[in-house]
Ligand binder design. Structure first.
Ligand code: OAD
Length: 251
């Protein structure tokens, strides 16, 4: 992948005229911050595990210690990571358009650290602890440690705590789902960035935007199967394409 990227003039114009821009991001936007994506090979210690097999309630019930080890590894990795030019460009874009709704499937908090406010965390947040029995978010400083090694427990009911993310087979929180769908239906331009668009319901949000007349563009170095049905497909890294887009918008 080179640093050369062509941004269609019609996309820049649509963004200039947009009343409401909705953006959906996936793991690819954080790849340039050193956070591994889900469907690329893992490295080192975790190379032997399929991340998709670890992100399930069944895996947690079977081996909570293993799941916590994996999530602690991810917390440490993300805590050391910094927002990259793609994240920073999206934070700037929010200041250039009348309204921007940012929906992320990422649980890493890098959009907020880049300066975006009002981020819809579709799959939760890596740094939250949640009671596996009651579902409530627990302040991690009050979680307790007994029972299984390395598995914190709920100070209210004693059940195991789990990371506050959405796993396969689990429902998206109602507020995140409803707000995302409403934003997609209302927006004039929809950007799908760094996602394989394979996991529903997130993968269906672009369709809602299209069906309601929005211009839809994808930014991904490996155009997805869905790209052909979008108005624009920009085959580039987000950290290259988004700053270029901002440069054109500001010109
Ligand atoms: P994936 O790992 O499925 O896809 C990452 C996408 O990012 C791929 O299409 C890559 O081509 C693309 N990509 C890689 N580097 C990029 C870059 N520098 N700039 C732009 N794009 C780049 O990740 P997601 O689509 O986010 O859910 O996965 C969706 C969900 O599946 C995740 O939220 C997670 C996972 O299981 C749950 O845990 C519920």
């Amino acid at each position: 992948m080179t640093d050369r990227v062509d941004i269609p003039g019609a996309l820049t114009s649509a963004l200039r005229d947009a009343r409401h821009v909705c953006v959906l991001t996936g793991a690819g936007i954080s790849a340039e911050s050193g956070v591994p994506t889900f469907r690329d090979a893992q490295e080192g210690l975790w190379a032997q595990y399929d991340p998709l097999q670890l992100a399930t309630p069944e895996a947690f019930e079977e081996n909570p210690t293993l799941i916590w080890q994996w999530y602690r590894w991810r917390r440490e990795l993300v805590a050391k990571a910094k927002p990259n030019p793609g994240h920073l460009a999206l934070a700037q874009l929010a200041g250039l358009v009348p309204r921007l709704t940012l929906v992320t499937q990422n649980v890493d908090g890098l959009h907020q650290r880049a300066g975006n406010t009002d981020v819809i965390e579709f799959h939760g947040n890596l740094f939250d602890d949640r009671c596996h029995a009651e579902g409530c978010i627990i302040d991690s400083s009050s979680s307790q440690q007994h029972g299984e090694p390395d598995v914190p427990t709920c100070p209210r009911c004693g059940a195991n705590l789990r990371p506050g993310v959405v796993w396969f087979g689990e429902a998206i929180p109602d507020v995140a789902l409803n707000e995302s769908f409403a934003a997609a239906a209302d927006c004039n331009v929809f950007l799908s960035i760094g996602t394989s668009s394979l996991v529903y319901p997130a993968a269906g949000i672009a369709d809602i935007a299209r069906e309601n007349g929005a211009i839809v563009a994808e930014i991904n170095p490996e155009p997805t199967m869905r790209a052909a049905s979008y108005d624009f497909s920009i085959a580039a890294n987000a950290g290259v394409a988004l700053p270029k887009l901002l440069e054109l918008l500001a010109a």
